[in-house]
Design a protein around this ligand. Structure first.
Ligand SMILES: Nc1ncnc2c1ncn2[C@@H]1O[C@H](COP(=O)(O)OP(=O)(O)O)[C@@H](O)[C@H]1O
Ligand SMILES: [Mg+2]
Length: 365
């Protein structure tokens, strides 16, 4: 089994190196990092049943469809904000990756959502459990440690986050499993634990850009994800978990590399093509679209510092090229989406869950 783990460690390392190589040669990675972050937020939230899609989030940001599933979209929007905040902290002069940061992240994640009654920003003060919907403490699949044991385990975890003696990817995998096993919050443990992986890899500068996200893999193999976590507790099978985790790093790195290459190819193609368009601002508008693939005419005008009339004509040219699609069908307040770019982030075709629903329950006494 150790052989299996080492095999995946080396494959994961190499795939991650390739991802970093591709993204560090990109002319303008900042343009599309935001899309990776949003996509991760969506997938990580979907693992435990949030219904929002990437396009829901983008249109929410445009202030359309504000009344549809507001609570679900809010969860994902919070996730994006929490991710950005955490990355700023650990890669800048802010907080290091620590229990304090994780509590801070938790508060941001749950603010104003249905989890806001679940002690946001605080570790639990009561017993919780994991099991199918409707299960009780007695019938639970897993009962995390009681509160005093939880605090000891959290101190150990925090110390482990500073460990530099093991490979960084191994630390990330072990830290995630440790965190899920401790389950220190009443809700949001899965999401905070997955954010922890990103923060750790970015704090340790494994990647120059935050582009490696595992939720796509965890979602696709959700039953195995949960079973592997269980096997650590029941059989002490850390190596099996690590092999599973590292295989995820490998697969997710390969997919992220592929997406980055497709983005690059699309950008080159569309830049060359846009250079033949009439009028000005075509190249600048293309860059705006890579950052914000949902746009209105006023928003475009504002972003480019041009009049609304000019922005309207510019967008008409892009619509005529088949790049922009109008989504509202209204005559006013029209919203356009940059379809060929969004298609590169469409993972729905192959991210179906592979198991029945499990829910975390919390005893709120
Ligand atoms: N058997 C298990 N052992 C430990 N952790 C688990 C197990 N099954 C699921 N989990 C973790 O618990 C998370 C769900 O806990 P929850 O607090 O509801 O988080 P969230 O609200 O972010 O989904 C899952 O996403 C997974 O990471
Ligand atoms: Mg939950």
């Amino acid at each position: 089994m150790a052989g299996e783990m080492l095999k995946w460690l080396s494959k994961a390392d190499r795939a991650l190196g390739r991802l970093d190589g591709v993204t560090s040669t990109l002319p303008n990675p900042d343009l599309f990092v935001g899309m990776y972050v949003r996509q991760e937020a969506v997938l990580s939230s979907q693992i435990e049943g949030t219904q929002s899609t990437l396009e829901d989030v983008l249109s929410f940001e445009m202030h359309v469809r504000e009344n549809e599933r507001p609570s679900d979209v809010r969860e994902v929007v919070n996730y994006v904000a929490a991710m950005r905040y955490g990355l700023e902290q650990v890669t800048g002069d802010g907080l290091p990756l620590s229990l304090r940061l994780l509590k801070d992240i938790h508060a941001r994640l749950l603010a104003g959502t249905r989890g806001s009654t679940k002690q946001p920003g605080d570790f639990r003060t009561s017993q919780n459990w994991i099991g199918p919907e409707g299960s009780t403490l007695r019938t639970a699949t897993f009962v995390p440690p009681p509160v005093p044991v939880m605090h000891d385990a959290l101190s150990n975890l925090e110390r482990f986050l500073y460990d530099r003696s093991l490979p960084d990817l191994v630390v990330a995998g072990l830290a995630h499993a440790q965190f899920e096993t401790i389950h220190p919050f009443l809700d949001g443990n899965g999401r905070v634990g997955r954010l922890l992986i990103t923060f750790l890899l970015c704090e340790r500068e494994i990647l120059a850009q935050p582009l490696l996200y595992l939720s796509i893999y965890f979602k696709r193999h959700r039953t195995e994800y949960y079973d592997r976590l269980t096997a650590i507790r029941e059989h002490g099978d850390w190596e099996g978990w690590l092999a599973f985790f590292l295989r995820g790093v490998f697969e997710a790195s390969q997919e992220a590399t592929q997406t980055a290459r497709s983005i690059l190819a699309l950008r080159e193609d569309h830049r060359a093509h846009a250079a033949t368009f009439s009028g000005k601002d075509n190249a600048a508008f293309l860059d705006v679209l890579f950052q914000s693939p949902y746009l209105t005419i006023p928003r475009t005008a504002e972003r480019l510092g041009i009049t609304k009339v000019t922005a309207g004509r510019l967008m008409e040219r892009f619509e005529a090229a088949g790049w922009l699609e109008e989504i509202t069908g209204f005559r006013r307040n029209r919203v356009y989406r940059y379809a060929p770019y969004l298609a590169l982030f469409d993972t729905d075709a192959h991210t179906g869950n592979d198991g029945p629903d499990e829910h975390t329950q919390a005893d709120e006494l």
